[in-house]
Design a protein around this ligand. Structure first.
Ligand SMILES: Cc1cc2nc3c(=O)[nH]c(=O)nc-3n(C[C@H](O)[C@H](O)[C@H](O)COP(=O)(O)OP(=O)(O)OC[C@H]3O[C@@H](n4cnc5c(N)ncnc54)[C@H](O)[C@@H]3O)c2cc1C
Length: 331
């Protein structure tokens, strides 16, 4: 039997969230002595074999959709459904709980008529058609233990709650056997396609950035974000914002962090002028280190942050930028 993991790729590497999905897929396969296969949309050379090998992947399926087709959710799901018939008996399909992972697996659930469990944190096989799951509910504030009864389990993995590095499996590490797969698609499968805008492609993606500089109402208005953008650029990071900022129209919704925005998992989240509402924290609790800059020592984020600076962001950030620039010059 095989656990098939859909991996999203960027610049030849497995995206961080998909690495986390691979660790859950590997643990699930390990609990039943099954194999792990990976599938991605793109050529056989589009992804690092070393990364797949380190994650215990034995076979990789490069899905070829046709020239110029990038993200087409139904086509991706159709391909996975087809692969489930080609890759030998498949017991589970796992993907990251990203917008794409959740959407594609929801389509796959509709195609196959099998149940899908979203935002899983762990999965262990407990019987031939039975998996014990722990998954996030209520934006991560509750962990649910559940049984999934299905000959084909469809799972997405909560990116912020699983270790980033898949456990290397030396016994299984080795050459990945990469095969290409061309699914049979209809026009209807390609009706919905998404492409990234040029400016988004050029910048660092919020979902995968290692540093995120966040701004909230305390920034004061749309002009106040120039200093946050400058800091994000200096740190090689991305800008994230609270919902107040997007609902005021100061920044676009795609930059929103939180329950109804993007979930981020950076090494460092610098939250500036953000109070730390539960709906915001639901999107940034996967950050390794949170530094809050806030004028109010009683703001909820102060208790949740690793470090806090009590002060006006309009004074703290320029001083931080000046210090970083002078450190860069001397190094
Ligand atoms: C169903 C639902 C879903 C939601 N989803 C999201 C979501 O996905 N993401 C999200 O962010 N919110 C979400 N919210 C909204 C959330 O509840 C909060 O209202 C929002 O996060 C508050 O944004 P804020 O921290 O920027 O603003 P505020 O709560 O107003 O906080 C502003 C902070 O800035 C500080 N400050 C002010 N001036 C300065 C200064 N000069 N220097 C430093 N600090 C300063 C203040 O002390 C304060 O702590 C959701 C709400 C609901 C009901």
């Amino acid at each position: 039997m095989t656990v098939l993991c859909l991996v999203e790729i960027a610049d030849g590497s497995v995206r961080d969230a998909s690495q986390r999905a691979l660790s859950v897929a590997t643990a699930l396969a390990g609990s039943a002595g099954e194999d792990v296969a990976a599938a991605w949309v793109g050529s056989g050379e589009a992804v690092s074999r070393a990364e797949l090998s380190a994650a215990g992947v034995g076979v990789g399926y490069a899905i070829l959709l046709g020239a110029g087709i990038d993200y087409a959710p139904l086509a991706w799901a159709r391909a996975l459904a087809g692969l489930a018939g080609v890759a030998g008996p498949v017991s589970a399909v796992v993907a990251a709980a990203t917008d794409r992972g959740n959407e594609v697996l929801a389509h796959l659930a509709a195609i196959t008529g099998q149940p899908m469990a979203a935002n899983c944190v762990s999965a262990t096989r407990s019987g031939p058609d039975k998996i014990d799951l722990v998954r996030q509910r209520w934006a991560g504030s509750l962990l649910e233990e559940a049984d999934l009864d299905s000959p084909l389990a469809l799972l997405t993995v909560a990116a912020d709650a699983v270790a980033a590095q898949p456990e290397a499996s030396p016994a299984r590490a080795g050459e990945v056997d990469v095969r290409t797969y061309e699914p049979e698609l209809t026009d209807g499968d390609l009706l919905v396609q998404a492409t990234e805008s040029a400016d988004r492609k050029a910048g660092v993606s919020l979902a995968t950035a290692r540093v995120v500089v966040g701004g909230g109402r305390g920034v004061g208005g749309p002009d106040g974000f120039a200093v946050l953008e400058e800091l994000a650029d200096l740190l090689g990071g991305a800008l994230g914002v609270s919902r107040v900022v997007t609902s005021q129209g100061w920044r676009p919704h795609r930059q929103q962090v939180g329950q109804t925005g993007t979930k981020i998992t950076p090494e460092l989240y610098l939250a500036c002028g953000i109070s730390g509402a539960i709906q915001h924290m639901a999107g940034c609790q996967g950050a390794k280190t949170i530094i809050a800059i806030n004028t109010d020592p009683d703001a909820p984020i102060i208790a949740k942050a690793t470090y806090a600076v009590i002060g006006d962001l309009h004074e703290v950030l320029p001083a931080l930028i000046a210090a970083l620039k002078s450190a860069n010059q001397t190094s």
